[in-house]
Design a protein around this ligand. Structure first.
Ligand code: ADP
Length: 206
């Protein structure tokens, strides 16, 4: 059995870090911000976020995993959104839409399109922040109180994980400051990614 290390770090601005191996919780203005390793399709938060592509028709990586776990109704719901909400167009990078979660434990899926790491890098960083912010806003608009994010854009879209982690953590922390939302979970697929996100979060709150 792995030895559990529990450590509480408190800082002057009321943030509490509780580290237990690959699980870490930070309290930000009564909201809970959790980092963990795991499979996002299994999370029981109100919503999970999909790192989709603009077609919303599914793909590889986390997108493929979410579509297989949700079942065929998910792609049908995405087709309806393309037709009815997007006038047949693709979902633009940085924007977000919501569907049900169908066969997954999460009630909803919030689909967002991450930027590809190429060309104007500064613009791409802003677009990545937009993904997190628009997903969180959509969760608030739908009266949700908990949401899980994957590491958007750091797979086949090739964003450097340390840069993506800084943007994700800063955007989520800023969003939770002074607002009562509930729980935000960052579900990392590898221990290496977990360590990178952990360092980025601690650089902001510790
Ligand atoms: P993108 O196209 O936005 O780069 P990818 O799906 O290629 O998206 O990768 C995003 C991240 O999601 C990667 O870190 C990948 O390892 C991770 N990932 C893949 N499957 C899952 C899963 N089931 N749960 C959580 N994260 C996952």
């Amino acid at each position: 059995k792995p030895k559990k290390i529990k450590q509480i770090i408190s800082s002057a601005n009321g943030l509490h870090v509780n580290k237990e191996e690959q699980l870490m919780e930070v309290t930000i203005h009564h909201n809970s911000m959790i980092l963990m390793t795991g499979d996002i399709t299994k999370q029981e938060t109100d919503a999970i976020v999909n790192a989709a592509n603009g077609t919303l028709m599914g793909g590889g990586g986390v997108d493929g995993a979410i579509h297989s776990a949700a079942g065929k109704e998910l792609v049908e719901a995405c087709k309806q959104i393309r037709q009815n909400e997007l006038n047949g167009d693709r979902l633009r990078t940085g924007e977000a839409v919501i569907t049900k979660g169908y066969e997954m434990p999460a009630k909803y899926v919030i689909h967002t399109v991450g930027p590809v790491w190429s060309g104007d890098k500064e613009k791409k960083q802003t677009l990545l922040a937009n993904c997190y912010e628009n997903a969180l806003k959509l969760a608030v608009d739908n009266d949700l109180a908990s949401i899980s994010f994957p590491s958007i854009s750091t797979g086949v879209y090739h964003f450097p994980v340390d840069t993506a982690a800084q943007i994700a953590m800063q955007t989520i922390v800023d969003f939770l400051q002074g607002r009562s939302f509930g729980k935000v979970v960052m579900v990392l697929y590898s221990e290496k990614d977990y360590d990178t996100y952990r360092k980025a979060l601690l650089a902001i709150v510790a």
